[in-house]
Design a protein around this ligand. Structure first.
Ligand SMILES: Cc1ncc(COP(=O)(O)O)c(C=O)c1O
Length: 391
């Protein structure tokens, strides 16, 4: 049979990146006790009230077809949330409720890209970013981030990568995998660049609630002047530990939402009303559980960084936000891929090779902070043993 080009474009951009995780699961099935630090899946319990709300609304028969942009309950809650966050009125018409950030990202690019359009990606980048750009026919253009500068952006390097085909820049702060939180000055400079070259900014803010130390979350959407060109994607997958709910959204201009609505309606025909009600509750309520989650991830990150601080050949720095620590293994003389593979085979620790996140992730492994402190400390001990054996 004959298929569309989209499958060819996406082939090879998915499963290979997760090969070590898959092998970890296979070793586990053979009876090995593994420590999984590979997937950014929250291990802590979500606020029970959100589950209760979903159940209550299900019983109340909130089971009908739903508007393509979202139920009034959730778009009104999003309007309240973003109005508070940005300090200016963001209307309910500026949102599309979608099944998770992943769908929101795909929807964003399908709505703005034509075949051959280039999208700037700051490298290292999240493993699915090439796919969401290539699927609609776009071309990812990687702009290197320097690990020795904490993976913060170099504005001149970004500008140098802009061509007449550049259509958008994909931003992710706090970053998966790097843990960098871009400063207000960096966001401002990126925004000015995008304005100068008339680019869209797709801002993946799925880790916005996980900020550590003195760092402050900033978004280009905070700037009224950038509103028309900014498409925010986010969800409650990480903030409320509910990835299985698939509850996410786009926040953008009313013009963007009107234009994208025909695509979402064609693809989705609306989302589950009872889950939208539960998301509205999540957005409207301050849950202590979410503070606890942030504190737990921060404590785990510190434990890992401290556990590696006496190593001669590996190093790590405290993430500024997010759920991950990048461990720099360049001094061991082996690639991130080989280091991760040896950790898997010799120490039963599963983490992601930095190479899965672009060329600039090379020589690193990414550790997800999704196990308890005891396991994090044990993982750090085993990483240190492997590093010492490579000394
Ligand atoms: C940077 C980033 N964006 C998007 C996603 C997808 O999130 P969601 O569950 O909201 O689709 C993830 C999940 O790990 C992520 O790390």
């Amino acid at each position: 049979m004959r298929y569309s080009k989209i499958g060819d474009r996406l082939a090879g951009l998915g499963s290979e990146k997760w090969a070590i995780h898959v092998e970890g699961r296979q070793r586990e099935a053979l009876g090995h006790e593994m420590i999984f630090l590979s997937i950014g899946e929250p291990d802590l319990a979500p606020p029970k009230a959100i589950l209760d709300e979903a159940y209550k609304q299900m019983l109340a028969r909130r089971l009908r077809y739903s508007p393509g942009n979202g139920e009034p309950s959730v778009v009104n809650a999003l309007s309240r949330f973003y109005t508070k966050q940005t300090g200016r009125k963001i209307t309910p018409e500026q949102f599309l409720f979608l099944p998770g950030t992943q769908t929101a990202l795909y929807m964003a690019f399908i709505s703005i890209l034509n075949e051959g359009d280039e999208v700037l990606l700051l490298d290292p980048y999240y493993a699915t970013y090439e796919g969401v750009i290539c699927g609609p026919g776009g071309k990812p253009v990687a702009v290197p981030l320097d690990p020795d500068n904490g993976f913060h952006p170099n504005i001149d390097a970004i500008e140098a990568a802009i061509t007449s085909r550049t259509k958008a820049l994909l931003l992710n702060s706090p970053s998966n995998p790097t843990g960098a939180v871009f400063t207000a000055a960096e966001i401002k400079a990126i925004g000015a660049l995008c304005k100068k070259h008339d680019l869209w900014i797709v801002s993946d803010e799925v880790y916005a609630t996980m900020i550590y130390g003195n760092n402050i979350f900033t978004s280009p959407f905070f700037d009224k002047d950038l509103e028309e060109r900014t498409i925010v994607t986010s969800s409650i997958s990480k903030s409320h530990a509910l990835p299985g709910f698939r509850c996410g959204w786009i926040a953008a201009s009313e013009e963007f939402v009107t234009s994208a609505l025909s695509i979402t309606e064609t693809m989705l025909f609306g989302s589950q009303a009872f889950l939208q009600d539960a998301t509205a509750l999540a957005l409207d309520t301050h849950f202590p559980e979410t503070d606890n989650m942030r504190q737990s991830y921060e404590a785990r990150a510190r434990l890992l960084v401290d556990g590696l601080k006496n190593c001669k050949t590996v190093s790590s720095r405290m993430p500024e936000g997010g759920m991950f620590v990048m461990v720099d293994v360049r001094k061991t003389g082996v690639s991130g891929e080989i280091f991760a593979r040896r950790l898997l085979n010799e120490h039963n620790v599963v983490c992601m090779p930095g190479e899965s996140f672009g060329r600039c992730g090379a020589g690193h492994v990414r550790v997800a902070l999704t196990v308890d402190e005891k396991q994090i400390a044990e993982a750090a001990r085993r990483i240190a043993i492997l590093a010492a054996s490579l000394n």
